[in-house]
Design a protein around this ligand. Sequence first.
Ligand code: AMP
Length: 398
Amino acid sequence: MNLNKKTILDIDVTGKKVLVRCDFNVPTDENGQITDDGRIVKTLPTINYLLDHGAAVILCSHMGRPKNGYEEKYSLKVVAQRLRELLGKTVWLAHDVVGVDAQLMVSTMKPGDIVLLENVRFEPGETKNDDTLAKRYAAMADIYVNDAFGSSHRAHSSTAGVTKYLPAVAGLLIKKELDLMVPARDNPTHPFLLVMGGSKVSDKIGVIDYLLNKVDNIIIGGGMSYTFTKALGGEIGNSLFEEDSVVYCRKLMKKAMELGVRIFLPVDNVAADSFSNDAATCICTDGEVPEGMMGLDIGPVTTKRFCEVIEKAGTIVWNGPMGVFEFPNFAEGTRKVAEAVANCQGISIIGGGDSAAAVEQFGLADKVSHVSTGGGASLDFFAGHSLPGIECLMDKDM
Ligand code: AMP
């Protein structure tokens, strides 16, 4: 897949209406208030660039998973309000996505104006990549910009379909993601270390498989490590386990051995008698977990060993916590690993999702080279899969 794509820096946007697909899928609390506006803040460079260069800016995004058209709790009203505060400018919110209200608002736009369309998933055709919907997006603008890295692994009308009908380029956030992640994946400084954790082996195993030919070392911690331990014949008690992945895990460990890639698994675990912060715990020192217990964090010897490998890495790609870091009593392994990643002199890429939440929680986000804004998208990227929302953008002239 060619990822050398044109960006807003390569085209003339002056006097144009520019439709920007953003990822404003921000978390909200029970009162509908935004609890973390990071995704909005990260889109500001693109919006400000377009405004400074005389464009009229039409913003669109999804939020949550509305099922049947308009649903108040998924309205982008809160996003419009936050954008007004952050930009210090008027942001008009259309009451629909591509309906009469949106079309009227857009038709009278002048350079410097900002319109936010309603949640694109209020349109039932959006997630089906409906062509009629894609044409209606395109009819509103002269240029399309994709800046929603976190949605770029989905071929939807507003991420892929629309690019058939408009000149389509990347925004500055996608540019930044690719500028940092493409060299890390395709031309890494060695030793190249992959750190994998979290709960689901099946989500992560494709990344291990794709990068096996490129990495020097792989650390596997968190819930997913127990399926590997079990695949080696170890006892794992009630720890997380994906039976369907056992054969694949064995195949990968064999392939790693043939390639001379070292896989580091936990040699000790913090185990609990229930899935709770206040559970009774013990440290199991043989890399296994006894019957009746579940491993919820890596143990101290493992943590030390993992950190030594991390500190020597030239490039680190990290995806997934080392334990249930949301419980303070099982956060130690993830915290120490996050500190080691932050202290490492090499390039460090955190692949979105829960590992991004962990480095934020430990106040280390600005000490790593890059925290990706796309959990699923960055996993697909590091698994070598195509990213449909990026693939369809215009190639750079060679
Ligand atoms: P993932 O989305 O696959 O990266 O998984 C992240 C989740 O994995 C977090 O919510 C962690 O609490 C959870 N997790 C990590 N280690 C374990 C474990 N040993 N047992 C159960 N859940 C875990």
